[in-house]
Design a binder for this molecule. Structure first.
Ligand SMILES: [Ca+2]
Ligand SMILES: [Ca+2]
Ligand SMILES: [Ca+2]
Ligand SMILES: [Ca+2]
Length: 681
């Protein structure tokens, strides 16, 4: 494999695919283990070398990016302008000076025979971050490019733009523990440090309590749901299994009362559940495996409004045609099925599978899988974990088309046939853009659009390389109230634990259970099928409901906010101090129309998106997370909250997050919009 010779190589490195499997091998000890990986960009192959070890790095709390800014005088961000392999010279165009002074806009970096492997790992257009002039060693240079840290020197003080490349860091060393993600994200972090907006914790600020057992089935629990069924403002719990369905209403003092029979659900059995006001009449309905149970003050009554769906794996509610009325979306052994809401209470739903293009083989017809609903580039989208992984995006006519890609998601079922690939659409790479996380047994893909190409950035996300050995589906939410959306992956398999990855920001993840007992209860260790989240006790931290593979239904209360209490502000670590000053905004979006699939965005006074959510997300495993959204804001102050209902109606509300902790948005608020574009109604 030869060296990089392309323009516009992706900023992400190392790529996933082959490297993902490599992560499971012991790190190389003394020799480079170079693996070539190809990116097809604009018709040209880019070849990136990846050095084993870096991605296994243990986070080094003593040496973090902000420490480097303390140790070095100057910090620079550049892009690779040219690579002269013959003369071993890389030219960098300096695009930003984040600290100190640096007059030159071009730098030459001369490699030696020993550092040639490093040079070959770079591609033109790629971001490089450099720290120049160590405070103890004036000619010191440390720089980061394609997932590797490198040392260099400035041999002539009179020529600060002529650098020599002296060594490439090998293996799983302390430097890799500083940062081993994408260099352009490191560049953003440095800018944020200089603006004092950085948040990149090197300790896991998350703590859940021991599980509260709500009940036990004598079979594996399946989908679970949190929703306020009796309208008292407190979230109630639902769990499904093939042995029956159970409902617990929340009473004072976090007591849960079994109301299954009282609500008319004693005879129900299911594997998946969704909860919404499907008739927009003020009453919640339950969808149990594609059977609609209409709700009233008297409880729930089974209806035959949705035609019988055969061989259902999971069924959920999603607004598939953007009219504001939730539709039924089912994954079956033979592909996807969609039944449209008649937009008329009591009327039957109609099969629209063919109308939406989902009866075609290219959309997974004939194949089993798990389905997630979301949006992609502002369009309604689905991910179906059949075949090589299908991202299905609605075209201008609302017909779903598979997004072409050459990402190897490796979605093979386990030996026992258990499925994987229950995806989540969430801001998991950047705070202001939806990414698509796809779990597979023992791994993940994290897909982003980059220059009209679907790119897998998972190789740049640090400890996601340490998954569970079985992974059914992933829930994406901010489970430690720090403003970054995290991932909780259900194993779906007895004997395999769940796994939680905490997003540290900048696309880098930490696996807290390596560092502390963040989840002390048995539910995490036992492995769950159903996972739902919501703020059950209203303290501002999202709690979890787990439907475990041993049949137990467990409520896991979040105690993360206790870590921020009684902190000595003088001696506190900078990122803990940020959490002490973080505020939580509870957002209740009133429908009923357009609620399922509504997008919620919170932007700061400079227009930077600090939170992005979609209502009714996290349903891939047949679970449902209802109730108000809880958004953590690290820099409270004047913010703009935007709610875009699923039928396009848009409501904007100004909110001072420093003083307001709860806001209710309703469709009627459009008339009060200040300067907002008129919504569609
Ligand atoms: Ca309730
Ligand atoms: Ca609809
Ligand atoms: Ca978080
Ligand atoms: Ca809570």
């Amino acid at each position: 494999m030869t060296a990089t010779k392309i323009n516009g190589s992706p900023p992400f490195s190392p790529p996933s695919g082959p490297t993902q499997r490599l992560f499971q091998e012991p790190p190389a000890k003394s020799k480079f283990l170079a693996i070539g990986s190809k990116w097809l960009i604009g018709g040209v192959f880019a070849v990136t070398l990846f050095l084993a070890g870096a991605a296994r790095a243990v986070i080094n709390p003593a040496l973090q990016p902000f420490h480097l800014l303390e140790r070095y005088k100057t910090a620079l961000v550049g892009t690779v302008a040219s690579i002269d392999e013959k003369n071993r010279i890389v030219t960098l165009a300096i695009t930003r000076v984040t600290q100190g002074d640096f007059a030159d806009t071009k730098v030459t970096l001369t490699a030696s025979e020993e550092t040639m492997a490093g040079l070959l790992s770079l591609g033109t257009g790629q971001t490089v971050v450099a720290f120049v002039g160590n405070k103890r060693k004036a000619d010191g240079l440390l720089f980061y490019g394609s997932g590797i840290w490198n040392h260099g020197r400035l041999p002539d003080a009179a020529k600060p733009n002529e650098w020599t490349w002296t060594s490439v860091e090998q293996g799983n060393n302390e430097l890799a523990g500083i940062f081993n993600g994408a260099a352009d994200r490191l560049a953003e972090l440095l800018t944020d440090v200089t603006e004092r907006r950085d948040y990149f914790p090197f300790q896991p600020y998350i703590k859940f309590q021991d599980d509260l057992v709500l009940g036990t089935f004598d079979q594996t629990a399946r989908g679970v749901a949190l929703a306020d069924l009796d309208g008292d403002g407190k979230l109630d719990a639902i769990a499904t299994s093939q042995a029956g369905v159970r409902v617990w209403l929340q009473r004072e003092g976090l007591k849960f009362e079994d109301a299954t029979a009282a609500l008319g659900l004693a005879q129900a059995k299911a594997s998946s559940v969704a909860v919404a006001d499907v008739d927009c009449d003020g009453h919640l309905a339950l969808l149990l495996d594609g059977v609609l149970w209409s709700g009233s003050e008297m409880g729930f009554v089974r209806t035959d409004r949705v035609p019988a769906i055969g061989e259902v794996i999971t069924a959920t509610l999603a607004d598939m045609n953007g009219d504001g009325w939730p539709d039924v979306l089912a994954a079956t052994d033979k592909g996807l099925r969609v039944y449209l809401n008649p937009a008329k209470p009591g009327a039957p739903f109609t099969d629209a599978t063919a109308q939406l293009g989902l009866d075609r083989e290219i959309c997974g017809a004939g194949l089993p899988g798990l389905v997630a609903a979301g949006d992609w580039d502002g369009r309604t989208a689905l991910f179906y974990s059949a075949g090589k992984g299908l991202l299905l995006v609605a075209d201008a006519k609302g017909v779903f088309q598979p997004r072409q890609h050459d990402v190897d998601m490796d979605l093979r079922p386990a030996a026992d046939g258990q499925l994987t690939g229950g995806a989540a659409f969430a801001p998991l790479w950047q705070r202001d853009a939806m990414a698509l996380l796809v779990p597979r047994h023992a791994g993940f893909s994290l897909l982003m659009e980059y220059k009209d190409k679907l790119v897998d950035v998972i190789g740049s996300t640090n400890e996601t390389s340490e998954p569970s050995d079985r992974q059914l589906w992933t829930l994406a939410e901010d489970l430690n109230a720090d403003g970054e959306v995290d991932i909780y992956t259900a194993s779906g398999s007895e004997g395999s634990s769940d796994v939680y990855h905490m997003h540290r920001g900048y696309g880098s993840y930490m696996r807290p259970m390596k560092y502390s007992r963040a989840f002390p209860g048995e539910g995490y260790a036992t492995g769950s099928w159903g996972v739902a989240t919501g703020d059950v006790d209203g303290d501002g931290a999202l709690d979890l409901l787990l439907g475990c593979t041993d049949g137990t239904v467990r409520l896991v209360m979040n105690n993360s906010l206790s870590l921020r209490k009684d902190v000595d502000e003088v001696s506190a670590i900078r990122y803990l101090l940020k959490l002490v000053h973080t505020k939580v905004l509870r957002v209740e979006v009133k429908g009923p129309r357009g609620l399922v699939g509504a997008g919620v965005t919170l932007a700061d006074a400079q227009g930077r998106v600090v939170a992005l959510r979609r209502m009714g997300a996290n349903s891939a495993g047949g679970s449902w997370s209802g109730g108000p959204l809880v958004l953590a804001v690290r820099e409270p102050g004047r913010h703009m909250l935007t709610v875009r209902y699923s039928d396009g109606l848009t409501v904007r509300r100004e909110v001072d997050t420093a003083t307001v902790s709860s806001i209710t948005v309703s469709r009627e608020d459009t008339s009060a919009n200040k300067g907002a574009a008129p919504g569609k109604e």
